[in-house]
Design a protein around this ligand. Structure first.
Ligand code: RB5
Length: 154
């Protein structure tokens, strides 16, 4: 179930990740960052810089999170916009495009975002590293925010 605690056999949180060609290099960097921090990563592609269509990868990551195979997801395309739009079509997914650490913090604290969308062509690698760290460590505040989240799905 999305939102429950998902751990791998090694007892580490599972993060699903996916990108299109524009986010491929950044995806490799992020996988390294996550593994160094002790997360288990399930990589849903793409696997090269050949041009692909971002919805396929956004849906794969969204489904991994919604099904409970992963606790959180990260999707990367050129702007982060296409990936966030597509991931949000998967029921139960709250994907947030976060260009700053403040967006990352509030997307977790207020919106309980379960997928982080990033723009590889618009956000620097250093900023992305910081955004991911904040996003993964910030907890949902609940209370009035839970009531609002309960009204999102139509
Ligand atoms: C691919 O050129 C680009 O359109 C894609 O990565 C993304 O930015 C779409 O939202």
């Amino acid at each position: 179930m999305a939102g429950s605690s998902v751990v791998s056999k090694e007892n580490k949180m599972v993060i699903a990740i996916g990108s299109d060609h524009a986010g491929f290099d950044l995806k490799k960097m992020i996988i390294g960052q996550l593994q160094a921090a002790g997360y288990t990563v399930s990589d849903h592609g793409t696997n090269s810089k050949a041009a692909v269509d971002y919805p396929e990868f956004a849906h794969a990551v969204g489904k991994a999170v919604a099904s409970g195979d992963a606790e959180k997801g990260i999707v990367i395309c050129g702007t982060g916009i296409g990936m966030s739009i597509a991931a949000n079509k998967v029921p139960g997914i709250r994907a947030a495009l976060c260009p700053t650490t403040e967006h990352a913090k509030l997307s977790r604290a207020h919106n309980d975002a379960n997928v982080l969308a990033l723009g590889a062509r618009l956000t620097s690698p250093d900023d992305i590293r910081a955004i991911i760290e904040v996003w993964l460590y910030t907890t949902f505040e609940g209370h009035r925010h839970q009531r609002r989240i309960d009204k999102i799905e139509i």
